[in-house]
Structure formats: structure tokens, C-alpha cells
Design a protein around this ligand. Sequence first.
Ligand code: UD1
Length: 342
Amino acid sequence: MKKRIIVTGGTGYIGSHTAVELIQEGYEVILLDNLYNSEAEVAGRIGQITGTTPVLEVIDLCDASKLDATLKKHSGADAIIHFAAYKAVGESVNKPLEYYRNNLVSLMNLLDSMRSFSIPHMVFSSSCTVYGQPAILPVTEDAPVQPAVSPYGNTKQIGEEIIRDAVAAYEQINAISLRYFNPIGAHASALIGELPRGVPENLVPFITQTAYGLRDELKVFGVDYDTPDGSCIRDYLHVVDLAKAHVIAVERLISGKNKNPYEVFNLGTGKGVSVLEAISAFERATGVSLRYSITGRRPGDIEKIWADPSLANRELGWKTLSTLEECMRTAWAWENEIRKKK
Ligand code: UD1
């Protein structure tokens, strides 16, 4: 029998790419999403890529009784991959209670419901934001978690703590938190990708929208950092590489290969890339030149961070395969695809 995986936030950016990889690896996938930041049509697009359109349950995870009813229906499921969350850093500063309520109530409801309906495993979508500015680079999973600079970041830290404590208390639940660095790019089919609402906060959607002519220019937030070219450094990884790590994490839990009931892994390339290098990579990969100017620092930005992914390399047998140019090419193809639809 096919293993059944519930993917919350399954029509979102990382959720949809993960659903594709799961289906291609032979899993049955059920998507849960409230469509707050994504479209139902994505389920059909997953079907176009894989030949199997997953079931989509439109549900708000904060509604505990509806969630119970949904998980009861799918009570034989083998695991949950939990992506559903609000994720705009800037917005979270202005709407902290919405962020805490949405991201944490949904997580607690899920853990409760998993216990009620005997779903034993969770993979949680966490972030390198938990490290703040690490003292030592590349950053390993043992680096101390630092006070969050935004309510969004804090929901990831608290989310990890809730899961750690729940796993310790309830023997029937095992979990893996995956700390993503900066996911970018889109599926090679250009059928799914990131759909930012309004003006994008993140670098790559801003680059592709500027290149397309939707924005006048990209503003580079500061070139006075203590980095080789003065701009901030991040670890950008392709969303399909990231999606594949979730399949491996789920397999690890289902087959009982996890070494502890709760595990944490960094997911990144291990290579730091500056904002100016990212712009050059985009121009090289697409042949499109980008209008940009230098402006002041963005409050709350970390100067430099990149992953030490060796634990994931070793334990999960996972590493990133796509180059930065492939990331940029697929992001650009997706931007062009979105505009065709509109
Ligand atoms: C932020 C969050 C991270 C979250 C991620 C995805 C923090 C500290 N980081 O990452 O947790 O997972 O968003 O939502 O909370 N940049 C420009 N011009 C722009 C946009 C960005 O120069 O118009 C620069 C930024 O200064 C940064 C880099 O590009 O150096 C990447 O920015 P962004 O894509 O927003 O990601 P992070 O801030 O790293």
C-alpha cells in the first residue's frame, strides 16, 4: 500500500514542490491549505507534472474541530509535513498577534490532532532565522539559538520548542525540524513556483519582477557590511533540492531510521553568496541586465550566514544539486509564466 503523507500549506511555494517529489517517489499526498496565500489551481498543476492530482482539503488549521474531522478522515496517514504558516518578516512586525496565533495555534492543533488520530510523524518547516547572526560560520545545528528579530522568526523558534517538548512528552510522536536557508527558484516545468503577494520582500522575486519591468529597480540593501563586496551574504538553495530533503526526512521517520525522536537539520548549499553576486548570477543565467541601485541597510537584516550542511549530507544522504544559475533560470522562467497567465 502506498504511504500517505499530509502536506499542510500544500498549495504554497515549498509545499507544492514537495508534493511533486512525494508523488514522484510513490507516495499518496493529501494537501491541506486555507488558500490564504496560494491558489487551488496549484493542485491541478501538481497533477499536470506528476500525472496524479492530489486531494486538496481547504481548511484553516486554527479551526481545531474542522482539523480533527479532516485528520479523522485521513487517520491512516503515515506522516504530516507542516509548511502552513504566515511568512512575511516585515508584516509580522506590524501584526504580531496574527502571526503568533496563526503559526502557533495551527501547530498545536495539528500535534493534538495527530495524537487523536494516530498519525505518528511530523516534519516541520523551520528556518535559519533561529540562529540570528551566528558567531561562527558556516553555522552548524549546535550553534546557539538567538533572540528573534521578528515575530515571524520567533514563531519558528517557539514552534521548534513546542515540537521538541511534545515529542518528549508523547512517545507516539517523532519529528524532524528542517532549518532552511534561502529557498529560491521554481520547478523546471515552470508550472509551479513562488507567488508573492504585492511587493515582494524577498530578493529573487524582486529581481525577477524588476527584470520583467514590474518594478523600476532593485534596491540593494547596504554595501557597507563586513563582507568581501560589502553586501549581505546568504545561502541560496533550489526549492526542488529542498523539496527532496522532505521526502528523505519523511522516509527516515517512517522507516524508524531516525537516531532520536526529535532531530534538527540545516538545509543549505554550504556556500555563501552576496546580494551583488546573486544579481550577477541572474544576469549571467538569463542574459537580462538588471537595473539596481545601492541604498541603506534594511533593519533587522543579518550580515552574513551560510549553512554547514554536513549533518544533512551524512545522515540524510542529501545535498543540493542545482547551481545558483539554475536557480535563477528557473525563477525567471516562472516569472514569465506567471505574467502569461495574467
Ligand atoms: C528572510 C528571513 C527568513 C525567511 C526568509 C524567507 C530573517 C532574518 N530572515 O530571509 O527567516 O525564511 O526571509 O521569507 O528574518 N535584499 C535586497 N533587496 C531587496 C530584497 C532583499 O538587497 O529588495 C537583500 C537582503 O538585504 C538580504 C538578501 O537580499 O541580504 C536576502 O533577502 P531575503 O530574500 O528577504 O531573505 P532573508 O532576509 O535572508
